[in-house]
Design a protein around this ligand. Structure first.
Ligand code: NAD
Length: 282
């Protein structure tokens, strides 16, 4: 199937990012959310990014206008029912996703592929909410979407090969590099990344080195673009703790248990960059 039209549910940081890269790749995109104010916020973010790309000379004004012209908005899946691909980027709540996926399955054409950008929910569980689970797949983008090159294509228990192929082709058409991953807690990246962040927090709690020296160690000794503690502050320490708890619960292994220091910082309201302080002060 030739992919021409994409419907994205959720105009938040991930949804608006997906809409932007898809429109820039030449696809027709409809972005929906539950209220006009969220749509307006998402559209304002897209306009800002396009304006910055023009300022920096990465694209011309004509390209900006063409991309912008390919984006339409709405408040219900009906606004993009003729889409070839539906991606939900709504909040990480099973109830919200269930409702949205059921409505999408009812509104879209039977041959459309339905996808979720979930970072922690089971793709096989979500596939149970649509009528054709073989045409359901996880398409996990990274934040911020325009800057991050990776997309994890998550194969649920029933996902067909053709669906995986379409999702991979979609990611490649956006200039991203897809990797195919089995439906498993944390997929590949978060499963490996978050235990490392946890270990950095443990080393800090044990007084192995200062936060700055731990991060300098990993930046210069492992060639990381940013240290694990600064990365945790960027993700948010509450989110970091929640991801580790999910890994511990779903993989049934205590080695993923969040370090007590993480819990203490979260309890003290030190959530990282968004609250002004975490492992570092901002
Ligand atoms: N933030 C990240 O770093 C990141 C990275 C990868 C994946 N994800 C996943 O992407 C999804 C969205 O995360 P986000 O960070 O963009 O959240 P967000 O809170 O920024 O945006 C969610 C948007 O969905 C809207 N929404 C709520 N209910 C809806 C519905 N029924 N229909 C349509 N829209 C609805 C909200 O109004 C909001 O605008 C989650 O599943 C999250 O786990 C997030």
């Amino acid at each position: 199937m030739k992919l021409r039209k994409v419907l994205v549910a959720g105009a938040g940081q991930m949804g608006a990012g997906i809409v932007l890269v898809a429109a820039q790749a030449g696809l027709q995109v409809t972005m929906i959310d539950v209220a006009d104010e969220f749509i307006a916020k998402g559209v304002a973010g897209i306009d800002k990014q396009l304006a910055r790309a023009v300022e920096k000379g990465r694209i011309g004004a004509a390209e900006r206008d063409a991309a912008r012209g390919r984006i339409t908005t709405g408040l219900d899946v009906a606004a993009g029912a003729d889409a070839d691909l539906f991606i939900e980027a709504a909040p990480e709540s099973l109830d919200i996703k269930r409702d949205l996926l059921e409505r999408a399955a009812g509104a879209l054409r039977p041959e459309a592929v339905i996808a979720s950008n979930t970072s922690s929910l089971s793709v096989s569980t979500l596939a149970g909410f649509v009528t054709r689970p073989e045409r359901f797949v996880g398409i996990h983008f990274f934040n911020p979407v325009p800057a991050m090159a990776l997309v994890e294509i998550v194969r649920g228990a029933a996902t067909a090969d053709a669906t995986v192929a379409l999702a991979r082709g979609f990611a490649e058409s956006l200039g991203k590099t897809p990797i195919t991953v089995k439906d498993s807690p944390g997929f590949v990246v978060n499963r490996i990344l978050f235990p490392m962040i946890n270990e950095a927090a443990r080393a800090l709690a044990e007084g192995v080195a200062s936060a700055a020296d731990i991060d300098t160690g990993l930046k210069l000794g492992a060639n990381f673009p940013m240290g694990p503690l600064a990365l945790a502050d960027l993700v948010g320490l509450d989110t970091t703790k929640a991801i580790l708890e999910t890994l511990e619960r779903d993989l049934g292994d205590p080695r993923y248990r969040p370090c007590p220091l993480l819990g203490e910082l979260v309890a003290a309201g030190k959530l990282g960059r968004k609250s002004g302080a975490g492992f570092f002060t901002y």
